[in-house]
Every structure is written in C-alpha cells, then in structure tokens.
Design a binder for this molecule. Sequence first.
Ligand SMILES: CC(C)=CC(=O)SCCNC(=O)CCNC(=O)[C@H](O)C(C)(C)COP(=O)(O)OP(=O)(O)OC[C@H]1O[C@@H](n2cnc3c(N)ncnc32)[C@H](O)[C@@H]1OP(=O)(O)O
Length: 548
Amino acid sequence: MAYLARMNIEFNKNEDINKQLVYELKTKLKKIFAGGGEKSAAKQKEKGKMLARERVAYLIDKETEFLEIGAFAADGMYAEQGGCPSAGVICGIGYVSGRQCMIVANDATVKAGAWFPMTAKKNLRAQEIAMENRLPVIYLVDSAGVYLPMQDEIFPDKEHFGRMFRNNAMMSADGIVQISAIMGSCVAGGAYLPIMSDEAMIVEGTGSVFLAGSYLVKSAIGEDVDNETLGGATTHCEISGVTDYKQPNDQAALDSIRNIMSMLGEPQSAGFSRVKPQEPKLNPEDIFGILPENREKQYDMHEIIYRLVDNSEFEEYKKEYGQSIICGLARIDGWAVGIVANQRKVVKSKKGEMQFGGVIYSDSADKSARFIMNCNQKKIPLVFLQDVTGFMVGSRSEQGGIIKDGAKMVNAVANSVVPKFTIVIGNSYGAGNYAMCGKAYDPRLIYAWPSAKIAVMGGSQAAKTLLQIQAASLKSKGETITPEKEAELLKEITDRYDSQTTPFYAASRLWVDGIINPLETRKVISMGIEAANQSPIKRQFNVGIIQT
Ligand SMILES: CC(C)=CC(=O)SCCNC(=O)CCNC(=O)[C@H](O)C(C)(C)COP(=O)(O)OP(=O)(O)OC[C@H]1O[C@@H](n2cnc3c(N)ncnc32)[C@H](O)[C@@H]1OP(=O)(O)O
C-alpha cells in the first residue's frame, strides 16, 4: 500500500508538471501565431489581404488537420531586428481537395515577408519534406525577398536563398506539382519562386511580381514607375504573360488552387501496411503521469509505448536481450511500424550485470541494428522514441567494442530506405542522438515533446568536463584554479548549456520540426507515414561495411 501511495504521489506530481509544460507550449504558440503583431496585421487588412494563417485555414479542407512544420523557427533569434515569428513563413502538411500537400505561406506582417537566415532553412526543409514524400507544394507568396541587413547570411551559399529556385526546377523535372499564388509584393528573390512553379496566379490590386521594385528601378536606371505598372496583375496577365490566372481577391485565388488540386491524378503508393486504426487500450493521458518530471529519473518506456500504439499491442523483438533499447512491431493509427525506443529504467545485461537506463550498450546497439535491417527487409516504417544519454563509456565498454557495435547501428539507421520518424521524448545527448535518428539522419519528420533536452551532453557533465580540461591546461603552465573560480566557471557553463538544451532552443534552430503535446504523437506519425506512402522506395536496402 505504501508503495502504491508513493506511486500515486509521483504520478500526480509528474502529471502536474508535464501538463504545465504543455500549457507553456500552447501559450508560446499563441504568441507566435500573432505573427508581426496587430499594427502590421491591420496594415495588411486595410489592403484587403487575408493574413497568412487565415489563407492557410481557408485553403485546407474543413475539419482536417494541419501539421505545422517549424512554428518555432527563429524564435528568440533575431531580437535586435524586432523578432521574426515562425521565421516569417508558415509551412506544413495539409489536405487540399482531399490531397495531402505541403503549404508554404509567407507572412507579410513580419518585415514584409523578407527572408531571414532561418526563413531560408525553413523553406528548404519544407521543400525537402515535399521532395522526399513527393507531396504537391502550394506557395502563397507575399515576400520582399532577402532581408537586406543580413544578406551575407542568406544569399549565396548552398543552403541559402538560391537553393530554393534550384529545388523548384528539380522538383518540376521530377514531376512534383507546384502551384503558386502571388498574394502581395514578390520582389527580386521573391519573384522567381512563383514563376518557377508549374502555374502561378496573381491577385488583382495587391499581388505584384518584379525583379526590382520602383525604388531600385529609379536608382538603377532613373525610370519613374509605380509597382503596379511594373508587375501588377494587368501587366503580367495581359502584357508579359508571366502569370497564368488573374484573381479578383485572396479567396478567389485560394478557391482556384483548390479547384486545380481536385483534378490531380492519383499518387503512387509505396505500399506500407495499414489496417483499420484502433485507439490504444491504455489511456494515452497516463503518459503525463508516467513520464518523470525530472530527466534524471527512471521509468519503464514500455508504459509509454503501450499508450501510443493501436490496442496497446506491441510485438517485442529480442525482449530479453540488449534491454537498454526496446525494439518491436506495432501499429499506429493502423500503420505498421517498427519501434526503436530507449529504455529508461535499469536493466540486466545477458551476463546479469546492471545497465543504466537511457544508455546504449554493445548488446542493445547490436540488437537495434539487426531490428532496423529487418524493418527495411519488410518495408516497415521506423519510429524512434528518444530518451538517450549516449553510448556507454569506460574501459570495460571500450574493450567490449562499443564503437564497432555503435557504428553498426549508425550504419543501419543511415542506410535505411524505409521512412524514419523521430520523437524526442526526453534526453537526446551525444552520439545517442545520431544512433537514434536525430536530424542528421534524415528522419522524414522529427518532433519533440516539451520534456525534451537536446545537446552534446548534459549541462553539469559538460561543465565538469570543461573544468577538467581548463584545470589541466593551467596546471601545465604551473598555475592552479582557485575553488571560487572553479565554482564560477561551473555555474557559467552549466547555465549556458541549460539554456541551449531546451526543446524551444532546438525548435527555433529547426533541429526538430516542432514541439508537440504528447497526445499529438499518433497524429504526427500517422500523417507522416501517409505522406511517405506517396513516395515508392527507389533504392535497394544495403548497409555499408560493418565490423562483426
Ligand atoms: C535573392 C535575390 C537574388 C535578391 C533579393 O531578394 S534582394 C531583396 C530586394 N527586395 C527589395 O528591394 C524589397 C524592398 N521592400 C519593398 O519594396 C517593400 O517593403 C514592399 C513593396 C515589399 C512591401 O511594402 P509594404 O508597404 O507592404 O511594407 P513596408 O512598410 O515597406 O515594409 C514593412 C517592414 O519590412 C521592412 N522590409 C521590407 N523589405 C525588406 C527587405 N527586403 N529587407 C529588410 N527589411 C525589409 C521594412 O523596412 C519595414 O520595416 P519596419 O516595420 O521595421 O519599418
């Protein structure tokens, strides 16, 4: 009874804190959804324009989900420039006339939709998702081009603005549909994008598209001309032939896109297995009470898995072996998935030794590599549930060949041809982030729970490591570090690490596609597999050279 009472107290405490984190997430999102603010929104409205989020809401099918990508992009990154909510562009997967597509909508309330460095990263991520899944792309364009004060960070490099048009061309050649609506000023860099789409429509009176606006034309060649004459709907639909359809207002342009989308031919199918979806038998709301409020504490990851999968049924692979990672088959919203999840409670190794929770050992890496290969063989999409502190360190582990077993797992993850989805539940530290399909390993989608922490190592670990390096360096010069200086340094490093380890820090830099309420996890994975199912696997699964 005492144990149960203690469990209840823990459960309630976890529940309070995890629900509070979700509340904070919603509050932050609400602020971000306000874009560039009321004054700026009113200016757009005066021109008769809809706001970017209103356009997206009007475009998508009623009562369908919109899976937003990068809502937190750039959050807190450009304070000096007055901020750049959602990096000034709304991106996400939505349903238009029954078809899943990628929607990219510039937010003109944020510096006239000009591109900051994170705007480029986000646009390219949206295109990457579209390309991998062969999703049609709808661009609702309203952009002043490069954010001029930061041009050196946006303009010429491979992952900068120019890559967008390169991708437009490559996608078009690859048969991926792209439709654009010019719904505001599209200047310079902003001008190519719609015209490189398959077809572009333009809104009369508010839409304009030109390589240089009236100010630049005046300074470059001395011509006095207004923006409407330079590149308005009449110029481009009647004189230049640059745009394909003239629309009287935003609503008409969006209706026209819906009409075009309704006529697309059927997509191909990758043939992933799906049966009738079932809700989990165990209540997903319990996750709030099971997930410890503190990232150091243990819990049984099985309990989370049972609350994410259909009918709470999980076919566990090598259950008794390499237990610090849990592998197994299940269904999520009807889709067959192979789950690879870090176990966060202490487990026993095959030799009966205790293994720390959240740590990858030789046996668990070896098991995971084989399970991942199996899923590739069977065309089953992979889902990684991350709560990992890294690979096991120390002489015993090194002598046991942890590097070669870890390399095997990394190899299998990197070479997987089935789509991969990653949910960062708790810690995502060190090479554990890589082996568990962090952003560098091409997950089709990667989302974090508000409880996530992403860094090369935990704050206090990093501080102690750095301190030892510094102390050794001083010692080699015949100096010592005072206890006061040591304490000051420890605090400074821990604070910096802690501030950089939050899910918000990660999401603002697009290390993850977003932060979600744990209850949204099934939806994210299901929509992700539905998208991936439109892109047949082209490559034969083959791992590189692995050490046995
Ligand atoms: C990629 C390549 C090859 C090239 C490029 O992209 S170069 C970029 C060239 N772009 C321009 O020259 C556009 C300049 N902007 C404009 O002409 C106008 O802003 C507009 C016609 C696009 C929109 O006019 P609107 O009256 O609706 O909005 P503004 O009041 O003018 O602007 C709102 C807000 O945004 C700032 N802004 C606008 N464009 C840029 C930009 N390109 N870079 C930096 N900042 C920009 C503008 O200063 C204003 O800021 P505040 O709200 O802080 O005053």
